[in-house]
Design a protein around this ligand. Structure first.
Ligand code: ZN
Length: 488
C-alpha cells in the first residue's frame, strides 16, 4: 500500500474489489454504474434501461468488436425490447482522428448515410470543435460503445456534443480511458485532449476482455504501471505546492496499485483474475481523474514520451505503436531517473549556487522556442514554461525545504517508486515492451526527448525540480552512459 505523504485514510483500507468499486463510484462525478466480472455483458440491456429509460440505443462497434460482442449485444437489446440500431466502422485499422468524431456525431443523430460519407471521405475538412455542439434532445440515440480506447473516446466526445452520456462496453484492458474525463483525439495534426465527461455506465465482461489480443492487455498493464512514477511526480508537485494531492483521488488508486500490478505472468497467460485486476486498476485511475478533474493522478512525464511519439507520427515496422506500448518506455525512463535521484546527496546541495544559476524566464522561453521549432506545435514549450516558470525566490524556498526534509521525503518517494530493474522485469513478464528498441526508438532518440519532455507541459515534474536544483544532468546523463539503463 502506498500512502505517499497523504494522511492515511482508514476508510480505504482492506477493501475487496466490490467495496473498492462502490467507494470509487461514490467519488466519481460522471460514472454511476460499473459492472465487472465474467459474463456481465449480458447485463448491458438492463444497465442501459436503468440509465436511459425509453431511449433508443445505437451500438457502435468496428469489424473486430462486432463479431466478438457487438452482434450479441444487438440481439440482447432487441430481446429486451429496447429499440436499437447499430453502426460498424468498416476499417481494419483506424485512429482517433477528428473525422471519426464527426462520423459518430452523425450516428447519435441517426443519420447513418452521413456517418458513412464522413467515414469514407478521403480528404475530410475538419469542422471546428465549437460548431459541433447541439441542444440536448430525447430524439437523439444513446450510444453503446463496444470497443476499447478509440471507439470509447469517439463515443465519449460525440455524446458530449449532444449533451448526453452513453454506455461503454469494454473489449480489452488496454487503456485507462474508459472511465477518464476527456477524449484524446488528433485534431489539426496534433493529439489533443478534449474535455468531456466519462460514461455514466461501464460494463467490463472479463470473459471478453481476457480473450482480447495479448498485446492489448500488455499495453493496459503498462498504462497502469505508469501510475507508479506518475504518483511519485504528483508527490513532487504537491511538495512544491504546484498541484496539491487530492486525497480521494490518490487513495482510490494508489492504495491498491501494487496489488493490481502484482501478477504480470498471469496477465501474459490470460488469467482472468490478473486481467480483472488490471482492468479494475485502469478504471479506478479513470475515477481518480474524475475526482481530481485532471489527468494528474494517472500521468506525468511517463506519458509525455508517448505524446512526443504521437506528435511525430512515430511508426515501427510501418505501424503506429499503441498508447500503452509507448507509455511503457516513458515509465521505464522515469524509473531510471528516480533511481539516479535516490543516489544523489541532496542534503549537500549548494542552494545559493543553484539560485544564482537559475535562468530568467526570457532565456527559458528562448530555449523552448529553439527546442520545439521543428515540431507541429512550435509554441507548446514556450507556453508551458511561461505558465510554470517561477522566480528565484520561490526556487530558493523550495530548495531549502527540499534539503531540510530530504531523508524523509526520499523515503516516501522510494516507497512509491519501483526501481528500473523491477519495472523492466514486470513489463517483460507481462509481455509489454521493456526496451526502447521494442517500439523502434533508439536510446539516442530517447535521450533527445528528455529536454522536450521537461518543457512540453505546464505541469510541474521531476525534471523541473532537477533543473532548479542543478541536478538535471546528474539524473539524466547516467542513463545513457556506459552501464546505464539506456547505454548508448
Ligand atoms: Zn495512459
Amino acid at each position: 500500500m502506498k500512502n505517499g505523504h497523504v494522511p492515511t485514510n482508514d476508510k480505504f483500507i482492506i477493501m475487496n474489489s466490490k467495496e473498492r468499486i462502490a467507494k470509487a463510484l461514490s467519488i466519481s462525478t460522471d460514472t454511476k454504474v460499473f459492472e465487472m466480472g465474467q459474463g456481465v455483458a449480458d447485463m448491458t440491456p438492463a444497465v442501459f434501461g436503468k440509465c436511459f429509460p425509453g431511449r433508443k440505443a445505437a451500438i457502435v462497434a468496428d469489424i473486430h468488436t462486432w463479431p466478438i460482442l457487438g452482434e450479441r449485444l444487438y440481439g440482447l437489446f432487441r430481446d429486451a425490447g429496447i429499440e436499437t440500431d447499430y453502426y460498424v466502422i468498416d476499417k481494419e485499422v483506424f485512429h482517433a482522428d477528428w473525422k471519426y468524431v464527426e462520423m459518430t456525431d452523425h450516428i447519435v443523430e441517426g443519420d447513418y448515410a452521413a456517418a458513412k460519407a464522413v467515414e469514407d471521405a478521403e480528404n475530410h475538412v475538419e469542422a471546428e470543435p465549437e460548431k459541433l455542439f447541439r441542444e440536448p434532445s430525447d430524439a437523439y440515440d444513446v450510444l453503446v460503445s463496444v470497443g476499447s480506447g478509440v471507439i470509447n473516446d469517439l463515443c465519449k466526445l460525440a455524446s458530449y456534443h449532444h449533451g448526453q452520456s452513453y454506455v461503454s462496453v469494454a473489449t480489452a484492458a488496454s487503456v485507462d480511458g474508459y472511465s477518464s474525463f476527456g477524449a484524446s483525439i488528433t485534431y489539426g495534426g496534433a493529439k489533443q485532449t478534449f474535455n468531456c465527461p466519462a460514461p455514466v455506465a461501464i460494463v467490463a465482461d472479463i470473459d471478453v476482455i481476457a480473450a482480447a489480443p495479448k498485446e492489448m492487455t500488455a499495453a493496459g498493464y503498462a498504462d497502469l504501471a505508469a501510475k507508479i512514477p506518475a504518483g511519485a511526480e504528483w508527490m513532487i508537485a504537491d511538495f512544491v505546492g504546484a498541484e496539491p494531492i487530492v486525497p480521494d483521488a490518490w487513495h482510490i488508486l494508489q492504495d491498491h496499485i501494487d496489488d493490481f500490478l502484482a501478477d504480470p505472468d498471469g496477465v501474459a497467460a490470460g488469467d482472468p483474475k490478473a486481467i480483472a485486476d488490471v482492468f479494475e486498476g485502469l478504471t479506478l485511475s479513470g475515477f481518480a481523474m474524475q475526482a481530481a478533474r485532471s489527468s494528474r493522478p494517472a500521468s506525468c512525464c511517463d506519458h509525455l514520451f508517448s505524446h512526443i511519439l504521437d506528435m511525430s507520427g512515430h511508426r515501427f515496422n510501418g505501424q503506429l505503436q499503441s498508447h500503452g506500448y509507448q507509455v511503457a518506455i516513458g515509465t521505464l525512463a522515469m524509473c531510471a531517473v528516480f533511481d539516479e535521484l535516490f543516489k544523489l546527496d541532496i542534503e549537500s546541495m549548494d542552494v545559493d549556487a543553484c539560485v544564482a544559476a537559475w535562468p530568467s524566464l526570457e532565456s527559458e522561453q528562448k530555449r523552448a522556442l529553439e527546442l520545439f521549432k521543428d515540431m507541429s506545435t512550435p509554441e507548446l514549450g514556450y507556453d508551458s514554461i511561461t505558465s510554470k516558470y517561477e522566480d528565484a525566490r520561490k526556487v530558493r524556498a523550495d530548495l531549502n525545504r527540499l534539503v531540510a526534509v530530504w531523508p524523509e521525503f526520499k523515503e516516501k518517494l522510494q516507497g512509491q517508486m519501483y526501481s528500473f530493474a523491477k519495472m523492466q522485469d514486470m513489463l517483460r513478464r507481462a509481455g509489454a515492451p521493456y526496451k526502447p528498441e521494442h517500439i523502434g526508438v533508439t536510446n539516442a532518440q530517447l535521450r533527445d526527448m528528455f529536454p522536450v519532455v521537461q518543457l512540453m507541459r505546464y505541469r510541474y515534474n521531476l525534471l523541473d525540480l532537477a533543473k532548479r536544483g542543478c541536478f538535471y544532468d546528474d539524473v539524466v546523463d547516467p542513463l545513457f552512459a556506459s552501464g546505464g539503463a539506456f547505454e548508448i
